[in-house]
Design a protein around this ligand. Structure first.
Ligand code: PMP
Length: 352
């Protein structure tokens, strides 16, 4: 920390992303990326766009929004493309929250929520989960606060139904409810269909997981035009060309091949169930994840030990040091071959 850092950041802890090690080749099951590469059409579109990198990108992302409108089933004016869905969360925290406008979210959830509230000086209301790690949606009904909920939640993978989400949104009409659907394509119920009915709902999406574009950084905010206008005010005041040319082209092409990506999501969901079964057979407690990761704990080995032992064997998973979940590891779901290697390694570790 330099002497120049503003005092409001004294002791501030920034977000810690999952490792992206360059030292050796790992089976990477630590950051919930897709194991499938983008399709050739997407690669070609990005390459063509690379030839025009001397020009700024379209700040309005007209083509991308048009393609997204077809797939999400909402007007293009309701869609705001962003530089990864972390950016739309940042915009939303800035636009709708403040010192006098707190934000509520589950105590165990995506680590960016407390970081953003700290960064922007927003009081956070951390709502405990139930003992089974699920979210009690009634905790948010008539809360009368801004709310952000990941659905499926991270790192548990557990879901709320669309009806439960609707009850939360309907009963907090004076506040914004953000539903972070980063993992919804792997088995959750989307709330995009509710946007038409509720001017206080913002749904966020990412192409990092379902659409094999983590490295491109592409996310979306979906809300009625009034909320989108507020979010655009922040965007045009921070980063007007937030989606670069290659990413916009890649995203537009990926939207044109949505079925290919949804098929991949189905394969990942099947691999998830297969792996959960294998872990349960070895005595693990595994939450009923509907996302592209598993959240698992064994009485036979502490979470951090399992993380380390897998790392030594060339398999990266994620361990969180937060007390309530320190016994767990989070395992991204990859190909069947990767999952077989994981199960084999876990079995060896437990028996050694
Ligand atoms: N929301 C949740 C719940 C996540 O786990 C992530 C991935 N770290 C994101 C949002 C952000 O994803 P991205 O910025 O890659 O779109």
């Amino acid at each position: 920390m330099s002497v120049y850092l503003n005092s409001r950041f004294a002791g501030f802890e920034s977000y810690v992303p999952g490792e992206q090690p360059q030292d050796r080749k790992y089976i990477k099951l630590n950051t919930n990326e897709s194991p499938f590469p983008p399709s050739q059409v997407v690669i070609d579109a990005a390459a063509r766009a690379a030839g025009e990198l001397n020009l700024y990108s379209d700040p309005e992302c007209v083509q991308l929004r048009k393609a997204a409108s077809q797939v999400f089933g909402v007007p293009a004016e309701w869609i705001l493309p962003v530089n990864g869905s972390d950016e739309i969360l940042d915009f939303a925290f800035m636009a709708f929250c403040g010192k006098d406008a707190p934000i509520a979210y589950p105590e165990i959830s995506y680590g960016f929520y407390p970081v953003l509230s700290g960064l922007h000086g927003i009081p956070a209301i951390e709502v405990p989960l139930k003992d089974d790690f699920s979210i009690d949606y009634m905790d948010y009904v008539e809360l009368h606060q801004n709310i952000v909920i990941a659905n499926p939640n991270a790192p548990t993978g557990l879901v709320l139904t669309r009806d439960q989400v609707e009850e939360i949104v309907r009963s907090n009409p004076d506040n914004v409810v953000i539903i972070d659907e980063a993992y919804v394509e792997f088995g959750g119920e989307s709330s995009i269909g509710l946007v038409e009915k509720y001017p206080n709902l913002l749904v966020t999406r990412t192409f990092s997981k379902s659409h094999s574009l983590a490295g491109a950084r592409l996310g979306f905010g979906i809300a009625q035009s009034t909320l989108i206008a507020d979010l655009n005010m922040i965007k045009y005041s921070t980063n007007p060309y937030n989606v670069n040319r290659m990413t916009a082209a890649a995203g537009t092409a990926a939207l044109g091949e949505n079925d290919y990506y949804l098929t991949n999501c189905g394969i990942i969901a099947a691999n998830r169930e297969y792996t959960a079964g294998g872990l349960r057979d070895m005595g693990f407690f595994v939450t009923d994840s509907k996302s592209n990761f598993l959240f698992a704990r064994s009485d036979k080995i502490p979470g951090v030990r399992l993380y380390e032992a897998l790392r030594e064997r060339g398999i990266l998973v994620r361990h969180f040091s937060k007390k309530a979940i320190e016994d767990f590891v989070r395992i991204s779901v990859g190909t069947r071959e990767q999952m077989d290697q994981l199960l084999q390694a876990v079995s060896q570790i437990l028996s050694s």
